[in-house]
Design a protein around this ligand. Structure first.
Ligand SMILES: [Zn+2]
Length: 236
């Protein structure tokens, strides 16, 4: 079957879209195209509604399953071939976009300034958590990283999203790290580029300039063993 077109990758600001149901199993639907970003990479999924005729079905969870995007609805009723109108819960999505971009920013600073290896993250509408591997645990250094993040947000660096053929990336020494660790079947890389700061391959949704991230509040830092650190923060 044809893969779902991931419209959110081309336009992170699209709030509505018409689509067709291409598979339906109970409450779980696949579409020919979607603006709902599935739960992935530690970022919570989008929510919203799928309208058909007079009925609006709540989209309560979206996940990727072996390359398919499954939209879980609150109730059954839609079937193969139905035309649907997708509407995002935009407040939720926009906040998740701000969190996702902020996590790239903060992780980038931890990596560059502290030499920390990022081991994971969890981004919800409530708070962000970044896990990293670092021997020393100095709260003042972490505070400094957050200060630097605020400076860069103030500079309002633009964020570009573009595609590059893997062969191009691998032939340029300054970019080859972008392809490292990616499965060999990925031939085109989608790059999220915070201009002048950090570029990474990424499949998620981001704001278009750092100023949109807004105010960051550092909440706490936990020591989870020898070199395992966790940092929590909140956006306002
Ligand atoms: Zn990301």
């Amino acid at each position: 079957m044809k893969m779902t077109e991931l419209a959110y990758m081309d336009d992170c600001y699209a709030k509505e879209l018409d689509a067709t149901v291409t598979a339906a199993e109970g409450n779980n639907l696949e579409l020919d195209r979607t603006i709902f970003c599935p739960q992935a990479g530690g970022v919570e999924c989008d929510k919203g509604t799928m309208g058909c005729g007079e009925t609006a079905y709540n989209v309560v969870f979206v996940k990727k399953d072996k390359g398919r995007v499954l939209h879980q609805l609150e109730m059954p009723g839609l079937k193969l071939g139905d035309r649907v109108h997708l509407s995002l819960d935009w407040d939720r999505r926009y906040l998740l976009m701000r969190y996702h971009t902020s996590a790239h920013l903060i992780s980038g600073i931890f990596a560059k300034d502290l030499g920390a290896k990022i081991t994971g993250n969890s981004l919800t509408t409530e708070k962000g958590r970044i896990d990293f591997d670092l021997e020393s645990f100095d709260r003042a250094l972490i505070e400094q990283c957050f200060d630097k993040a605020r400076e860069l947000i103030k500079k309002d660096l633009p964020i570009d999203i573009y595609s590059l053929p893997r062969s191009d990336v691998e032939s340029k020494p300054e970019m080859v790290k972008l392809a490292m660790g990616l499965p060999p079947n990925i031939k085109v890389l989608r790059i999220v580029d915070i201009k002048g700061f950090d570029a990474q391959p990424d499949g998620g949704c981001h704001v278009k300039s750092l100023g949109e991230v807004g105010e960051i509040k550092f909440l706490s830092a936990d020591n989870k063993g020898k070199s395992n650190r966790r940092v929590y923060y909140r956006l306002r």
